[in-house]
Design a protein around this ligand. Structure first.
Ligand code: C5P
Length: 220
């Protein structure tokens, strides 16, 4: 039996992580959060003391990067060299620098190889892989490819509701700055050929999950 690959891309705050996780849970699929891997590498590079603005310096942290990321949507964790960084990678200190490491081509190539290996080792029935370049670079041949979008206003509102303790303005500014930096490297705002757009602006969480599942079912 084939393992169905579901590729989900979208901007920050589109809800793609929580939606992808819920879809995986409902279908009994594995779940791979590729943003968490980029965050884990940013955490590692910072710790290794690299010059984050210098691409060659960032690349020097790759050989010592040991990533262990769970693909079970019910027991999610991320470890780097044995250290649990599941919570640390959500801190603004990491979120603020992740785009600097994600723009480095050698970093993208190394992480893409890791994601493809994890997907190829995943047993049936399937895996939901979520990120920015999954439908276009990591898994362009995936059976199901979805671009999850939402208006900027809705995305900023959802993200600031998640991050209690930070002002909505600060959250909004960081989100916009990150989208701007990220979109110079990967186009995750327009659907590539064959990619189905799910716009969640007018949908609640459950409706969005159902819309993605409907796309998956239409491809089976
Ligand atoms: O999805 P999340 O907000 O956790 O992603 C964190 C960062 O990782 C993004 O801002 C982007 O810089 C990077 N990323 C990427 N390609 C992916 C997933 C994430 O460049 N496939």
């Amino acid at each position: 039996e084939d393992t169905v690959v579901v590729a989900v891309d979208g901007p920050a705050g589109s809800g793609k992580s929580s939606v992808s996780k819920a879809v995986a849970r409902k279908l009994g699929y594995a779940y791979l959060d590729t943003g968490a891997a980029y965050r884990a590498f940013a955490w590692h590079a910072q710790r290794a003391g690299v010059e984050l603005e210098e691409q060659a310096s960032v690349v020097s942290a790759l050989p010592s990067f040991e990533l262990d990321e769970a693909t079970d949507p019910d027991h999610f964790f991320v470890r780097v060299g044995g250290t649990d960084v599941t919570d640390a990678i959500r801190e603004p200190a990491v979120t603020g620098v992740v785009s600097l490491v994600a723009r480095v081509p050698d970093v993208r190539a190394a992480l893409t190889a890791i994601f493809r290996r994890i997907a190829s080792e995943t047993a049936a029935p399937g895996i939901v892989i979520e990120g920015r370049d999954i439908t276009t670079v990591v898994a362009p041949d995936a059976r199901v490819r979805v671009l999850l979008t939402a208006s900027e206003e809705v995305r900023m509102g959802r993200r600031s509701a998640e991050l209690t303790g930070y002002s909505p303005e600060a959250v909004g500014e960081q989100l916009k700055a990150r989208d701007r930096a990220d979109s110079r490297v990967v186009d995750f705002m327009t659907a590539a050929d064959g990619v189905t757009t799910v716009d969640s602006t007018e949908l609640n969480f459950d409706e969005t999950v159902d819309a993605v599942i409907a796309v998956i079912q239409s491809r089976s």
